[in-house]
Design a protein around this ligand. Structure first.
Ligand code: AMP
Ligand code: MN
Ligand code: MN
Length: 326
């Protein structure tokens, strides 16, 4: 899927006509899902609507600063029972929103997303795989709706743009992304606040876990695959959650002449989350889809119903198969 202006126009007219809306991103929330949901919530409220943000999974400490820009509903019981639309941002399938089935069964949906793996099947879908972050889509939406942008909303959108591009380092750092980030700064976005919390901040526990994870580094398939692991025991010993360290996979990606970086996180004894990063040649979203996940060409992930040992075995086997047939 690429840009579809008719979908943007349709989404704007649906939102303009709506009076009550719930915004929700994905479980294991990140700066894009939270930043774009909170930004759109603020825009809808300023347009006189009743709007709520939901996030039914733990918000990592590095994104807690966003909560001062809007309250977030964190338990399903507190969700507004009747809304005109649930707007799903930064993912395209309902299980990834964490919303209970009993809730989603009676709702209508708008979907705003930029993942290549999104087939556009969720409600009124505006999927733009050329967008580097959903925050960019929200920026286009507010222009199309002729809604004003205040400095706090600009900070939320700057969080989206900065975090999904790895703070303007990844391959999705386009001229448009930088121009739009500059526009957000001109509107008063607090870039220092975002960088301090979402990028620089590392607790003692996180540093402890990084130290442990680096000790697990292994190379496979003629050094084409670099793999790091976070076990439950290591996370517990360090006093942090397995997913608390953002972009740990970057340490594996840093190694020259590798093709793909892998991070395995043991979430429970038979639940392992895998993060995949490609150096360009390999489309890792296809690998993630094979294991029931998804993502982008260069960054993708999946949650596997396997022990960390079994997940390591499966991932290495699949990657070796694809790399050696490329
Ligand atoms: P991560 O490795 O968790 O940082 O995720 C990298 C990219 O893959 C992000 O764009 C995620 O939205 C996407 N992704 C991660 N896990 C999943 C999943 N289980 N299903 C679909 N997409 C995922
Ligand atoms: Mn995301
Ligand atoms: Mn995103």
């Amino acid at each position: 899927m690429t840009t579809s202006n008719s979908s943007l126009v349709e989404v704007v007219s649906l939102l303009k006509a709506a009076t009550k809306v719930l915004l929700i991103g994905h479980v294991a929330p990140d700066g894009d899902s939270l930043g774009s949901s909170i930004a759109l919530c603020r825009l809808l409220r300023q347009a006189g609507k009743e709007a709520y943000v939901g996030c039914l999974d733990r918000i990592p400490p590095r994104y807690e600063f966003l909560l001062k820009f809007s309250p977030v509903i964190t338990v399903a019981e507190d969700l507004p029972p009747d809304v005109d639309f649930v707007v799903v941002l930064d993912c395209g399938d309902l299980p990834r929103t964490g919303l209970p089935l009993a809730y989603t069964a009676r709702q209508k949906f708008i979907n705003i997303d930029h993942h290549t793996s999104n087939t556009g099947a969720l409600g009124h879908a505006w999927v733009d795989s050329t967008a580097s972050a959903v925050g960019q889509q929200v920026l286009r939406l507010l222009d199309a709706a002729d809604w004003p942008l205040d400095k706090d909303t600009a900070t939320c959108l700057y969080t989206s743009l900065a975090t999904d591009s790895g703070f303007f380092r990844h391959g999705n750092t386009t001229p448009t992304l930088l121009r739009e980030a500059a526009r957000l700064l001109e509107c008063g976005a607090d870039a220092r606040l975002v960088v301090e919390h979402a990028f620089e901040r590392k607790s003692l526990g996180e540093l402890c876990l990084i130290q442990r994870a680096l000790g697990t580094l292994s190379l496979h398939d003629n050094n084409q695959i670099a793999l790091l692991e976070v076990s439950l025991v290591d996370a517990q010993d360090c006093g942090v959650q397995a997913d608390e360290v953002d972009e740990m996979v970057d340490f594996a990606r840093a190694i020259p002449d590798t093709a793909v970086a892998v991070l395995l996180k043991e979430m429970a004894p038979s639940v392992t989350k895998v993060s995949l990063r490609s150096k360009g040649m390999l489309d890792v979203s296809k690998i993630a889809e094979h294991f029931g996940g998804g993502g982008h060409r260069a960054a993708a992930g999946a949650t596997m119903p396997l022990s960390i040992d079994a997940a390591r075995h499966e991932i290495i086997r699949r990657l070796a198969e694809v790399l050696n047939n490329a």
